[in-house]
Design a protein around this ligand. Sequence first.
Ligand code: COA
Length: 206
Amino acid sequence: MTELRGARIILRDKRIDDAEKDYQWRSDPELARLDAAIPLTMSFERYLKLLEDQLKYPTPGSHHYSIDAIDNGDSGGLFIGNCMYYDLDTVNKEAELGIVIGNRDHWNGGYGFDAVTTLLEHLFDTRELKRVYLHTLAWNSRAQRSFGNSGFQPQKPVRRMAHDFLLMEVLRDDWYADAEKRRAIGSKYKVKDGSQTLPSSRTSAG
Ligand SMILES: CC(C)(COP(=O)(O)OP(=O)(O)OC[C@H]1O[C@@H](n2cnc3c(N)ncnc32)[C@H](O)[C@@H]1OP(=O)(O)O)[C@@H](O)C(=O)NCCC(=O)NCCS
C-alpha cells in the first residue's frame, strides 16, 4: 500500500473503483490526443477486466498511482488523474515518468506540478534514481511548462510512432540543487486548508 503525499494531492495505489473515471478519460478524444494515444473503443466490462488483471499482475519496473486532490474541502480526496513511472532501469538508475490529469477542472492549478514533484521526490529519495525522463508532444506547451516547473529540462526532439515529441529529463544533482526554486514555485499555488507545505512526501512503499 503506497501513499505519497504532496501539498495538495496524494498519490495512492490504483483501485478497482477508479475504473469508471479511468474508462471515461481514456475514451476521451482530446485527452488521447494530448497523450499521443488512441481513444478506447472497448466496452467498459472489457476495460474493467483488464484493470483487474493489471492490479493483480503489475508490470515489473512500473508503478501506477492515482492522483487524489486533497484540497477540495471534502473529507476524502477527489480522484483527478493518474501519474506513473515505468521502464525502471535499476542498473542505470533511471525511469520514465507519465501523467494525465483527466479532470479538466483541475488543469492549470498546479496539481500536475505537485503530482510530478511528489513522484520525483520519491524516485530520487527512496528509489535513489540518477535520472528521470519523459516524452511529451512537441506542441504540448502547458505540459512542458508544468514539467519545467518540476525541474525537467528539454533535451532533444524525438520522432516516434508518427509523432514529434520533446525528450525532457531531470538529473539527481540538479533536483537537489533546485529545491529552493521548486519551493518558491509551489508556494504560488493556493493550499486551501493552509496546513501543508512542499515538499512533504510520505511513503510506505512503491
Ligand atoms: C499536462 C498536465 C499534467 C499539467 O498539469 P496542470 O496541473 O494542468 O499544470 P500546472 O498547473 O502544473 O502547470 C501548467 C503551466 O502551464 C501554463 N500554461 C497553461 N496553458 C499554457 C499554454 N497554452 N502554453 C504555455 N503554458 C501554458 C500555466 O500557466 C502553468 O504555468 P505557471 O504555473 O508557471 O504559470 C495536465 O494539464 C494534463 O494532464 N493535461 C492533459 C493530458 C496531458 O497533456 N498530459 C501530458 C502528457 S505528456
